[in-house]
Structures are given as C-alpha cells and as structure tokens.
Design a protein around this ligand. Structure first.
Ligand SMILES: *Cc1c(COP(=O)(O)O)cnc(C)c1O
Ligand SMILES: [Zn+2]
Length: 409
C-alpha cells in the first residue's frame, strides 16, 4: 500500500493510519499522505489511473485500503459525463459538461466517500460505524454497512427528506432524528461515536478517509475529457470535502507528472446557508458558523458551527486554484432543477442543481467566460426529495374517456 500516514494540514504532525479524527497537537484537519514517488516508479499511468468504470477500487493505488477482502463496493463511480447542448445554450456556456452523480447506487455521490469509509472500518476491525448526515450520507452509509455487515448508527436533522430516511431505514440502520439543523446532528454523532467506540464516518473533514473517495471524480473527469483537465469545476458545497477531494485528485495527477495543470474550483452554496461564500465575499480567510438555516437545498445546508475550519480548507482550495465561491437563492435553485429536467432530461434534488444556478450567475457576472470548458457536478437524484422543487404535482384525473381527455389537453 502506498498510503503512508495521516498528516495535520496545519502543523504537519503525522499519525498512523488508524481512527484519528483531528490533530492532537493543534486540532487541525488530518489528510492521508501517499508515497507518490514509489507509485510512479513502480506503476504505469494506466495502472495508477485506469479508465473509468463502476467500482472506485480500480484506483486502489491512490486509496488508503490495501487488502481486497476489505474493499466494499456497490458499483459506485463510473458516472456519465454528459455534454450539454440545450441547457448550455440557455445560459450562454459553449463547452459545458454535466457530471451526473445521481447515477451512483444510492442516487448521490456520497457512495464514493462511504465506500472508502466502510472499507477502512473493516480494515481497522471495527464492529460499528456512525455518521451525522443531511440525508444522502445516511442512505449511503446504511447501504454499505449492510453490505459489510456492520452495525450502523445515523444522526440526521429532523427535517431530512423522507426518501433519504426510507433508504436508511430499509437497509437496517438505526436512524435517529436530532432537533435543529445539521450542526446539532454533527455534535451529537461525534459525542456518541466517541463514547461507544463506533467509527465515525461523518463526511465533513472529520473522518480523514472518506474524502479519498471523492478524489475518484477527478480521475474519471481526466479520462472522460480525453485526458485533459477542464478550466472550471463547479460543485454544490456543504462542508466541502467534495471540493477538496476533487482538487486533491487533480493535484495528485499534476504531482505524478500526468497533467500540468489543475482546474479552477468553484464552491456553490445556498443563500440561506452560506458560511463559506460569506467569508469569500468579504475577503476573509476565516469562516463564521451560520446561525439561521433557511433553504430547500437541504443536502448542502451545513452551518459549520463548531468545525469552521472545514470551510477554511475550502477557501484555501479556492485561493490556490484561482477559483470562486457563489451563493444562489431558492428561486434560482428551482429554476435550475427545472432547466436540468426540461433541457437535459436529468432530474436532481435542489442541492444538486446549485452548480448550474451558480454557473449561470458567474457567466452573467463575467467571472467565467462563455468559451471556457466547464464541468458542473450534479450530486443527488430528484426522487430523494421530489416536492421541494416541484411544488405543483397536481395533474388532471379523468375517466378513460376521449371527450374528457379533450377537455384537459
Ligand atoms: C453532501 C452533499 C453535497 C455536499 O458535499 P460536501 O462534500 O459536504 O461539501 C452536495 N450535494 C449533495 C446532493 C450532497 O448530498
Ligand atoms: Zn496539527
């Protein structure tokens, strides 16, 4: 295995690859480090990053689990990259691709991080796993824990959409709703996991392994764009591991000498919960926890209260890649959901559409040029939360009668 250690991103202290969640010296975020020199000496590019397909473990040389017996897959990843013609024209983008993460087994990209987290839990001989989640991480951990035969404890906000709750319950997880917003679930899950010795797979930056699964999006994009790096990657953002993971994946390709550049990374949040965008807009490198969450984009409604440094990690990525951060209103989100559905035939949940709404805004602001090559991630399926964006599901009901039909057409 080429994963060597965990390293604090602030003070550089190093740790063994076991269940640590933060630096014991300074409290900083931990990141998995690899021996890239040995990887590139011993393997060809095709071995390191083979072409995409379902199952992210094809990228095992750059993942933190070594033994095949622990690699738990439900055929995640290998999602389509769709060239947009119609939607692109509507918003004035000339080279737009949609990375359709709704096509993962649970219907959201969280299967990538959870596949790695569950596999690492097996490697560390854990009997139980836990997570705090706004819903998609919950559905995902429940599926992978079922596959791996691990006990699973889930903490979700009271207002979590029913589709995600049902997915989690169906897979046999113990699901607990916690009053208040996501940060409350985060805090309780952390306390409970530590008290009960459950491995905590909360996919903020708390668990250092799960973000490694997010990297695989970058490897796939590189291939799907004809072994090239796009100009911009636009990402719906909660705590930000997806932004960081994709950036890390591209930075690894550059470090290995496979590419010479990284894309400019854009984090998109909802107006009603935008701790990262708020800091970006006022040129601060520190993030303040958000107080009043108000948005239909529940999957990215992470106030970051108590773990503000997660947002600061995202600001660093934006800075290093010369990217941007932008927030969109719920009305803009609904419009983007309907645009994606009606122009491209892709139905996503509200949070997943913010990448499109954000791109529209950044093109109109002149930040992104129409000719730039842009990838928008759409992160979660529409059936997980259908009625937050499609308010009117009233359709005519008639008898099997052609005269009645003529009246409603
Ligand atoms: C979790 C989630 C995100 C945000 O991911 P982070 O890595 O927490 O920033 C975006 N979209 C959907 C649908 C999600 O479930
Ligand atoms: Zn440290």
């Amino acid at each position: 295995m080429y994963a060597e250690k965990l390293q604090c991103v602030k003070c550089q202290a190093t740790y063994e690859l076991i269940d640590y969640y933060s630096c014991s010296v300074c409290g900083g975020i931990l990141d998995v480090r690899y021996d890239y020199e040995r990887i590139s000496k011993k393997h060809t590019v095709d071995q390191i990053i083979p072409s995409p397909g379902m199952n992210i473990w094809r990228y095992r040389l750059l993942l933190p689990v070594s033994q095949e017996e622990y690699m738990t897959s439900l055929q995640e990843g290998g999602t389509p990259l769709v060239r947009s013609e119609s939607l692109a024209k509507t918003i004035g983008a000339r080279d737009l691709f949609i990375k359709d993460e709704t096509r993962n087994p649970s219907g959201a990209f969280k299967d990538r991080p959870m596949s790695v987290g569950i596999s690492q839990a097996l490697q560390l001989k854990k009997a139980a796993v836990a997570t705090a989640s706004s819903g998609n991480g919950a559905a995902s951990i429940a599926m992978y824990a079922a596959k791996a035969k691990l006990a699973c404890y889930i903490f979700i906000p009271e207002a979590t959409p029913i589709g995600k709750v049902a997915q989690s319950v169906a897979c046999g997880a113990k699901v607990i709703k916690v009053k208040g917003d996501y940060s409350n679930s985060f805090r309780l899950a952390k306390q409970a996991a530590s008290e009960c010795s459950w491995m905590n797979l909360t996919s903020t930056f708390l668990n250092p392994y799960t973000v490694e699964g997010d990297k695989t999006v970058a490897y796939e994009l590189f291939h799907q764009l004809g072994r090239r790096v796009p100009d911009w990657v636009i990402i719906p953002t909660g705590a930000g591991p997806l932004v960081y993971g994709i950036y890390k994946g591209f930075a690894e390709l550059r470090g290995l000498g496979i590419t010479s550049d990284v894309p400019r990374m854009v984090a998109v949040q909802a107006e009603g919960c935008k701790p990262i965008v708020s800091a970006y807009e006022s040129n601060r490198s520190t993030v303040t926890g958000w107080e009043k969450v108000r948005t239909i984009a529940s999957a990215i409604a992470d106030p970051l209260r108590g773990y503000e440094q997660d947002g600061e990690r995202v600001l660093q990525v934006i800075g290093e890649s010369k990217g941007a951060a932008v927030a969109v209103s719920d009305e803009e989100v609904v419009r983007a959901v309907l645009l994606l559905a009606q122009e491209e035939g892709i139905f996503v949940e509200p949070a997943a559409a913010v990448s499109i709404a954000g791109l529209d805004k950044l093109i109109r602001a002149g930040t992104i040029q129409g000719a730039a090559q842009v990838v928008c991630l759409v992160t979660g399926h529409g059936l997980k939360d259908p009625t937050s964006s499609v308010k009117n599901t009233e359709v005519p009901v008639i008898g099997p009668d052609i005269a009645e039909l003529r009246q409603v057409l």
